[in-house]
Design a protein around this ligand. Structure first.
Ligand SMILES: Nc1ncnc2c1ncn2[C@@H]1O[C@H](COP(=O)(O)OP(=O)(O)O)[C@@H](O)[C@H]1O
Ligand SMILES: Nc1ccn([C@@H]2O[C@H](COP(=O)(O)OP(=O)(O)O)[C@@H](O)[C@H]2O)c(=O)n1
Ligand SMILES: [Mg+2]
Length: 207
């Protein structure tokens, strides 16, 4: 009797549809959050910013809060175990099946752990390509009171981006999953390029 129930549950989980995920990557200040807000309005995705989830975790007074706060101040990447748990919880609570995951995966550890734990492959990877000079200018005038938007931490974040995050983008590029956008232009122009990608991708999916 027990075995019949087991088989039913297994079949149920096998046929459960995996959510659609788009990773939104790019250096600090490249405009990920800004463009995600636009994409949500036009294409019905739920926006999950790994950085926002980590900052909310600090505010909630969680036991990991101090560790996360120290890492963010130093521009370091928080262990994937912590970030993936927060992402999974947000995915479950959203009720949606389409997600923009912004600022994740930021290193090889993030990428491999997410794949191993969730078995989710991104539909594609949106890469906002922007010069350091422009990103620095934007971060220094972001005015969100962030403890990491100071020149000292910004330099550390740029270094981490080049050393740890770009290789992840290269990995997806070798799988032809990267859609690169010139993010140095004004917000509206960047969004025009973003729209083309989301429109052509959803057309492909329905053919
Ligand atoms: N295309 C753009 N041109 C000029 N400023 C921008 C552009 N996109 C975003 N910004 C501004 O730059 C800052 C960083 O943008 P944000 O979306 O938070 O980037 P990220 O999430 O990649 O760090 C914000 O103050 C935002 O208003
Ligand atoms: N996957 C991630 C994403 C962010 N973070 C931390 O959160 C910080 C801010 O990330 P963010 O995505 O909000 O920053 P921006 O690129 O949006 O400026 C990073 O510098 C890391 O310290 C992380 O540890 N792991
Ligand atoms: Mg952001």
């Amino acid at each position: 009797m027990g075995s019949v129930i087991d088989v039913t549950i297994e079949e149920g989980s096998l046929t459960e549809k995996k959510p659609t995920v788009v990773f939104v990557l790019g250096g600090p200040g490249s405009g990920k959050g800004t463009q995600c807000a636009n994409i949500v309005q036009h294409f019905g995705f739920t926006h999950l910013s790994a950085g926002d989830l980590l900052r909310a975790e600090i505010k909630s007074g969680s036991e990991n809060g101090t560790m996360i706060q120290n890492m963010i101040k130093e521009g370091k990447i928080v262990p994937s175990e912590v970030t993936i748990k927060l992402l999974q919880k947000a995915i479950q609570e959203s009720g949606n099946d389409k997600f923009l995951i912004d600022g994740f995966p930021r290193n090889e550890e993030n990428r491999a752990a997410f794949e191993a734990v969730t078995k989710i492959e991104p539909e594609f990877v949106l890469f906002f390509d922007c010069s350091e000079e422009e990103m620095e200018r934007r971060l220094l005038s972001r005015n969100q009171g962030r403890e990491d938007d100071n020149i000292e931490t910004i330099r550390k974040r740029f270094k981490v981006f080049l050393e740890s995050s770009l290789p992840v983008i290269e990995y997806y590029n070798s799988k032809e999953k990267v859609r690169k956008i010139d993010a140095g232009k004004p917000v509206e122009e960047v969004f025009e390029a973003v729209k083309v990608i989301f429109t052509s991708n959803s057309e492909k999916a329905t053919v």
